[in-house]
Each structure stands twice: as structure tokens, then as C-alpha cells.
Design a protein around this ligand. Structure first.
Ligand code: NAD
Length: 351
């Protein structure tokens, strides 16, 4: 279901606490535990106010419910937020304190919420959080965790892209397909390597010129600036940087046939899924295409095995194929079909 127009709450729990060590607000929203404990990352970010942080936790936790449900995971939707004051992110003891304060808030939920890394946090932070709570994933591999999720996210994006190409071009083969990858960070750089290996012709862009090295050994890859890459005439546009990159202004200027990338909230608002369909562009719902990371981390709950993570990420191809079939049969956008799929799972769990 798309976000309600106003932030009407349909969540199970919202915990807001001011840390006793750091004085920083730590917030956790649990949207749904219908399918299992709520799993979602801890975002450490600067917000204009703690209310803004709470709003973000509510919005993101809801999205996690639909993402996990649509991908067949037995986990619910939750999200943690650490509301930083303006300025640089804390380091050293200040960072340690804020993470322990967040871990206290995780414990308040008594296992209904399990945390993981997200924007602003990483596996080292999860290790600190694990000093205080056991409800934590995303630890590094030496500590029995699932490690960096981005290779699995990239694997899942490629799998989703293959299903989309099959739908549009009649074959899932990526050999000779032109793909613009916008954002060559952790996920984007691995996607570039995978696509290069599959024989795709690449246009790659990042605001950080130092990322250019990702195309070094790829003869069929060109480097350009992000705006040109967004509007390049390609088979597939893969946004792998920030959210909101497709908006009311550029939607009619895109020259791709498929949008399929890792960025969260690729669309500035969800109504743009209809606009893309109107333009004849197939939009792979971001929360399906980028689910490899959550699939990977969710496996920690039952004992992590990399082979299962690989199989799960590769399975996104089948999920996307089924979605595209449903979308065509029902005459709705792939995004609407993804929400329908998630709703069915949630209803069967609560019914
Ligand atoms: P990252 O920070 O490693 O990489 C992001 C890259 O985008 C950076 O290299 C940055 O310089 C670049 N960038 C920023 N603004 C840009 C712009 N306007 N144009 C072009 N490039 C720009 O992040 P990541 O982990 O690779 O994640 C990328 C996206 O995928 C994010 O939206 C993230 O939420 C989403 N995502 C990541 C994972 C994961 O496993 N890491 C899982 C699910 C979703």
C-alpha cells in the first residue's frame, strides 16, 4: 500500500528515548510483527528535530514490512533512528555512548525489533550494540554475522534486471544490453562488475570522481556525470545512489526502457510509477530489486549460510518475473502488484 497521505499511524510500537549516556534521541518504530520479529536497520542521521527522526522511523519501518513480506521473508517491519544534532557524526567515546543508548532502546522492545546496519552505521557499530543487546544482526563474518550485505544487494539487482529484460526484450541475457549505473558506491560498484562480466555495455557515474576506478578493467564501460547518465539513451537505468532521483521534472525526459536499481525510494513519490508506465518504461519496484541485503541479513536469525544468501538473492529473478506477470494480468503497475503480493502474505499471516 502506498504511504497514507497523512502520517496516520498503523504501527504496533513507537519508542522514543533520550539516551542516558549521550543525551541523543534514539527512536525505534515497529510497524508489523505479523510475519515475525521486526527487522530493520539503524539509521544514524542528522534531523532538523527529533519529531522528524520519529517520522522517518515510522515511514521506513512501514516500508520494511512490505519489502520483507513481498520477498517471502518471515520477518516484520521495523526501523531504528539515531537523531544526530547538526555537525559531524560522533566518533570515539561519543559514538560508543550513542550506540549503547540505542541498544538500550532495542532492549525495551524485548525482541520484537532486531536491528541491523543502515545509512550511517556499519558492522563495527553493530558490534558495539551487541555489547548491550542480543537483538542485533549485521555483525561481521568472524563474529558469526552475515557481513557486508552489498554484494548480495548487487546480485539481487542483477537478478531483478534479468527478469525485467526478459519482459521487455524477450530474453534475460544481459550480453550487449546498455545499462547506466548512477552511483558507484558499495552496491553500484559491484553491480558494474557483475554487469560487465555478463557482457553489458555500461555508462557509469558518481559525484565522487575517485569512484571512476570501478570501470578500469571494463573495455565496454564509459564514465560520465550523473545528470548525463540519468538521461542517457540506454536499455536499463540503474539508480544506485540516493533516493528521489526520478521526479516530476525528469520523468518525461528519461530515455531508458527499464528502471531497476538499488537505491531506496528511487521515485520522489509513488505516483510516479504511473507516470513511468505511461512513458512506456518498466519500473522494477525498488524494494524488490534491492532486497538481496535484507534477505542476506535475515538469514542470521536461523544460522547464517552464504550459499542460502546467494540463492535468496538469485531468487529475486523469480519474484520479479511473477510480479511482472501479475502486473500485466491485473492491468496494474509492477509497484501496485508488489504491494498486492505483500498484502496477501500479511493477510494470510493474520487471518
Ligand atoms: P554508498 O554510500 O556505498 O554508495 C553511494 C554512492 O552514490 C557513493 O559513491 C556516492 O558518492 C554516490 N552518490 C551520491 N549522490 C550521488 C548523485 N547525486 N549522483 C551520483 N552518485 C551519487 O551506498 P550503497 O550501500 O552502495 O547504497 C546505495 C543505495 O542502495 C542507497 O540508496 C541504499 O539505501 C540502497 N541500498 C543499499 C543496500 C546495501 O546492501 N548496501 C541494500 C538496500 C538498498
Amino acid at each position: 500500500m502506498p504511504d497514507p497521505p497523512l502520517m496516520s499511524l498503523d504501527h504496533e510500537e513507537l519508542v522514543i528515548r533520550r539516551g542516558r549516556r549521550s543525551g541523543v534521541y534514539t527512536i525505534i518504530a515497529v510497524h508489523s510483527t505479523a510475519l515475525g520479529p521486526a527487522l530493520g536497520g539503524c539509521r544514524m542521521w542528522r534531523y532538523e528535530s527529533s519529531a522528524e527522526g520519529a517520522r522517518d522511523a515510522l515511514r521506513l519501518s512501514r516500508a520494511m514490512t512490505f519489502k520483507s513480506a513481498a520477498c517471502g521473508l518471515n520477518v516484520g517491519g521495523g526501523k531504528g533512528v539515531i537523531c544526530l544534532e547538526p555537525g559531524r557524526a560522533p566518533t570515539g567515546k561519543a559514538r560508543h555512548d550513542v550506540l549503547l543508548d540505542f541498544a538500550d532502546t532495542v532492549n525495551v522492545l524485548e525482541g520484537n525489533y532486531i536491528t541491523a546496519e543502515d545509512v550511517g552505521t556499519g558492522s563495527k557499530d553493530m558490534a558495539v550494540i551487541s555489547e548491550v543487546t542480543t537483538h542485533v544482526t549485521g555483525l561481521d563474518r568472524r563474529r558469526g554475522g552475515s557481513g557486508d550485505p552489498s554484494p548480495y544487494t548487487a546480485m539481487g539487482v542483477e537478478a531483478a534486471m534479468r527478469a525485467c529484460c526478459e519482459k521487455v526484450f524477450g530474453t534475460s541475457d544481459l550480453e550487449g544490453r546498455t545499462v547506466a549505473v548512477v552511483g558507484a558506491g558499495r552496491v553500484g560498484s559491484q553491480l558494474v562488475k557483475r554487469l560487465g562480466k555478463a557482457g553489458a555495455k555500461l555508462i557509469v557515474a558518481d559525484i565522487d570522481e575517485s569512484r571512476r576506478a570501478v570501470i578500469d578493467s571494463l573495455p565496454d564501460a564509459k564514465w560520465t556525470d550523473p545528470s548525463s547518465a540519468m538521461l542517457a539513451e540506454v536499455d536499463v537505468l540503474a539508480p544506485c545512489a540516493l533516493g528521489g532521483v526520478i521526479d516530476q521534472v525528469n520523468v518525461s525526459r528519461l530515455r531508458c526502457q527499464i528502471v531497476c536499481g538499488s537505491a531506496n525510494n528511487i521515485l520522489a513519490h509513488e505516483g510516479l510509477a504511473d507516470d513511468l508506465a505511461h512513458e512506456g518504461i518498466l519500473y522494477a519496484p525498488d524494494f524488490i530489486a534491492n532486497a538481496g541485503g535484507i534477505i542476506n541479513v535475515s538469514l542470521e536469525l536461523d544460522g547464517y549460510e552464504p550459499a542460502k544468501a546467494r540463492a535468496g538473492a538469485a531468487g529475486i529473478e523469480d519474484t520479479m518475473r511473477a510480479l511482472l506477470q501479475e502486473s500485466e494480468a491485473a492491468g496494474v503497475t509492477p509497484l501496485a502488484a508488489a504491494y498486492r503480493l505483500a498484502e496477501r502474505r500479511l493477510q494470510s499471516a493474520s487471518g
